[in-house]
Structures are given as structure tokens and as C-alpha cells.
Design a protein around this ligand. Structure first.
Ligand SMILES: Nc1ncnc2c1ncn2[C@@H]1O[C@H](COP(=O)(O)OP(=O)(O)O)[C@@H](O)[C@H]1O
Ligand SMILES: [Mg+2]
Length: 428
């Protein structure tokens, strides 16, 4: 129900406070200004009425005098029928005013008001119940309301504008924090953020900078460690291979086994190195996906397998070429290793993404396993006892996410797996 954004909430708060403010203002206005004002008008009206009827019984009241009075004040006395035609017919009865006038004039009084060019008060006084006194009052036009409304609208708009400026000021450092956090999530470590804004935001920024530095240090240490181990394993492997070359003919089957094992171990070390490699440091450059697919397929296709390429329309997109090649190579290697039959590779675009899809006709992957298999060092049942490190999908995910894209694995209804890499058409 309530708005989630800081801007929405601030505006809501301001509107709420403004509303209360206006109600209080309105009530105080009514009590301290409007009501006394009405009282004064009523008293003046009552005095006028008394003046009009001051000599009602005096037969000598000169018609000339009455006429002059009427001309000067525009106050007139009418019989009911004349009053009707002079505007009483359109006047509205005001019971509250009537009550107050009754008190002031000392008897039952009726007050009606009609508004035309000026407000006309029609009063039937207890002094002469068969007559109506008409008293015009200028300066009470309705138009006096509109500056008030205008004033309130302007205050409302100004408050919302103020809220907007305030929230924008507050949110700007938050926005850069958000961007920086996303970058850290992708393995890019941005320069420390400038600590600015309110003291709270500054404290968060400071904490974030520390965290980012810590993660960077951890990652560097880990990479150093993994690279060191991988490198140190390579040397003895080469020595073993050399030794196996020197084995005699009777042990050929043993030698072959050792060589296959050494190859596997080398592949696993390669995967290790791929996994820790810091591709995100390379700059992404505009590249052609179709070209990339062709490069990888040419290298990866074994003699006994067929891989079809189906080129789709695809503009050049920002790529870390070598890294994406490695990701695609991993997908194709999986399709080769875990399935038999032909493999299809498609390219194309979907919404704001370009995609490469590797489609095979194997057994696919149980849906419940997909999430898990993206973790490093996890393998499915099909891979039991086979070569491989369980790093392939983790490598793919890492590379693709560093591009701002994503990976999806889908089991085809007809059997087989559709592995799809989505890469954004434009860099963010
Ligand atoms: N095209 C595929 N068809 C069937 N299963 C697959 C396919 N690709 C991957 N898998 C399963 O996903 C698991 C994880 O793959 P991956 O991360 O590349 O590790 P690895 O290939 O080293 O085993 C594999 O062990 C395999 O069980
Ligand atoms: Mg693999």
C-alpha cells in the first residue's frame, strides 16, 4: 500500500503533515478570524435594521428623507411581493444567522442571502414582520477564496519539490554505492568511493570501502594460492610423463594408462587456472559472436563428432573475447562428453540480449540438480568416475555474469539439453 521509495515516502509524509497543518490553520482561521468577523457583520446589520425601523410609528416620516436614505445606502424596505421580484426569490435561508439576528434584534428574525454583483442580505425583523429589509454588502465576493486556494497549492507544490530535492541529495551517494556493490559482486573492484553525503551515508560508504578492500585482498590471496599449487603440480607431472616414456614395451598398457591420467590431471589443472583467472580485468571490446562460435567449434570438434552451426542475426556486442570463448568451449566439451549424436549451436538475439545456445540429444540434467551443478567442484551422476573437475559450469557462470549476462539450462521435451548463454547487447 505505502510507497517503497524514499521519495514516495517523503512526499507522503509531507502531504500528511501539510494536511494536518491546513486543517489546524482552517480551524484557527474559523475560530479567530471568521467567527468574530461574522459577529461584527451581524451586529452592524442589526444596527442598520434598527435604524431603518427607528421611526416606524412616526407618521411624519418624510418620504423624501426615506428616499435620500435609500439613495445613499442602497438599503431598502420592501413588502413581501415586491421583495420577491427584487431578488428575494433567489435568496437562500441561513438558519444560524437567523438565530443570531433574532438574539440581536430581540424577536424571531429570518435572514436570507442572495449573491449577485454584491451580497444582498434580506432580513425580516420582528419590528415589522410583513416587511423585508434589503442590505447590500460589498467586498464579500467569492473570488476572495481563490487566492487562498492558489496559495495552498503553491505551498503544496513547493513542499513536494523540496522533498524531491532532499531525497535526490540523499540518494545520489546511495546510487553510486549500489553500482559499486554490483561491480564487486561481479568481481570488478572499483576505486574506493568518495565519502560524501549525510553522516549516516558516509559511514555506510566507509564500511563498504573497507569491505570491498577486504574481499579484493581475499580474492588475490586465493588466486595466488591456487595458481601456485597448479604450477607446482605441473612440474612433477611433466617428470612422470618423461619417466613413462622411458618404460619398456611390456608395460605399454601401464604406460598408456599413466598418460591418460596425466592428460586428465593436466585438464583439471587447466580448469583450475581458468576458474581463478581474472578475466574481468580485460577490457570488453566489440566482437562478433558468430565468428567466435566458429573459432571455438573448429577447435573443439573431435573427429568422430558433428557440430552444426546455425548463425542468427547478431550485431557486434561488447565481449571479453578469450573469456567468452572459454565459456563456450566448456559448454561444447560438456555436450561432447556427456552425450552422443549430433550437436547444434545457435546464435541470435532476444530482447536486450544476444545468445549462444548449445543443444544436444543426450539425457539432459535433472531439474533439481541444475542449481547445484553451477557450484564449483560439483558433478552430476553421468560424470561418475569420469574425468572432469566439476568446474565447467562454474567457469561459464562466472564469465557470463562478469559480462552482465546469465546462463540457462533447459531440458528439451524431446530429450537433450539446451544450454543458453545470454550476453547483453550493450555494456552497462
Ligand atoms: N550437455 C549435458 N548433458 C548432460 N549432462 C550434463 C551436460 N553438461 C553438463 N552435464 C552435467 O553437469 C555436470 C557439471 O558439469 P561441469 O560443471 O562442466 O563439470 P564437469 O564437466 O567437469 O563434470 C556434469 O558432471 C554432468 O553431470
Ligand atoms: Mg564440464
Amino acid at each position: 500500500m505505502l510507497p517503497r521509495s524514499a521519495f514516495g515516502q517523503t512526499v507522503l509524509l509531507i502531504c500528511f503533515l501539510l494536511f494536518i497543518n491546513q486543517i489546524v490553520s482552517y480551524i484557527s482561521f474559523a475560530i479567530y478570524v471568521f467567527e468574530p468577523h461574522q459577529q461584527q457583520i451581524n451586529q452592524l446589520l442589526a444596527k442598520q435594521v434598527r435604524v431603518v425601523f427607528i421611526d416606524i410609528d412616526d407618521a411624519r416620516l418624510s418620504p423624501k428623507m426615506a428616499k435620500a436614505f435609500h439613495n445613499e445606502t442602497d438599503i431598502g424596505v420592501y413588502r413581501e411581493s415586491d421583495a420577491m421580484s427584487a431578488g428575494l426569490a433567489n435568496a437562500i435561508v441561513y438558519p444560524y444567522r437567523s438565530e443570531q439576528m433574532s438574539l440581536l434584534l430581540g424577536g424571531p428574525t429570518e435572514v436570507r442571502i442572495s449573491d449577485g454583483d454584491a451580497y444582498l442580505f434580506w432580513i425580516r425583523a420582528p419590528q415589522a414582520p410583513h416587511l423585508w429589509v434589503k442590505i447590500p454588502i460589498n467586498g464579500m465576493e467569492k473570488s476572495s477564496i481563490s487566492p487562498l486556494i492558489f496559495f495552498m497549492v503553491v505551498i503544496g507544490l513547493l513542499s513536494v519539490l523540496g522533498g524531491w530535492l532532499f531525497v535526490r541529495q540523499l540518494n545520489r551517494p546511495l546510487k553510486s554505492l549500489e553500482i559499486a556493490a554490483k561491480n564487486v559482486g561481479r568481481g570488478n573492484f572499483p576505486d574506493p568511493l568518495i565519502e560524501c553525503g549525510t553522516s549516516e551515508v558516509m559511514a555506510v560508504t566507509q564500511a563498504f570501502n573497507q569491505m570491498s578492500k577486504g574481499i579484493k585482498q581475499l580474492e588475490e590471496d586465493r588466486n595466488l594460492l591456487m595458481a601456485g599449487i597448479s604450477h607446482d603440480l605441473r612440474t612433477p607431472l611433466t617428470r612422470i610423463r618423461l619417466a613413462s616414456e622411458m618404460m619398456n614395451e611390456q608395460d605399454a598398457f601401464l604406460k598408456e594408462g599413466i598418460e591418460i591420467d596425466i592428460d586428465d590431471m593436466n585438464n583439471i589443472i587447466d580448469q583450475f587456472i581458468d576458474y581463478i583467472r581474472h578475466d574481468s580485468k580485460d577490457q570488453a571490446e566489440l566482437g562478433d559472436l558468430n565468428e567466435l562460435v566458429e573459432d571455438v567449434v573448429n577447435v573443439e570438434t573431435p573427429n568422430d563428432r558433428v557440430i552444426h552451426i546455425h548463425r542468427g542475426e547478431c550485431p557486434k556486442i561488447p565481449l571479453r573475447y578469450v573469456a567468452v570463448k572459454r565459456a563456450l568451449a566448456n559448454l561444447i566439451q560438456n555436450a561432447i562428453r556427456y552425450t552422443e549424436g549430433e550437436i547444434d549451436v545457435f546464435t541470435g538475439t532476444e530482447d536486450n540480449f544476444a545468445f549462444i545456445m548449445v543443444s544436444d540429444n543426450g539425457d539432459g540434467i535433472p531439474v533439481s540438480d541444475i542449481e547445484r551443478l553451477f557450484q564449483p567442484f560439483t558433478q552430476g551422476d553421468t560424470a561418475r568416475g569420469a574425468e572432469g573437475s566439476g568446474l565447467g559450469l562454474a567457469i561459464i557462470k562466472r564469465i557470463v555474469e562478469a559480462h552482465g549476462g546469465y546462463v540457462s539450462l533447459l531440458n528439451k521435451p524431446s530429450g537433450g539439453l539446451q544450454a543458453k548463454i545470454y550476453l547483453p547487447l550493450t555494456s552497462k
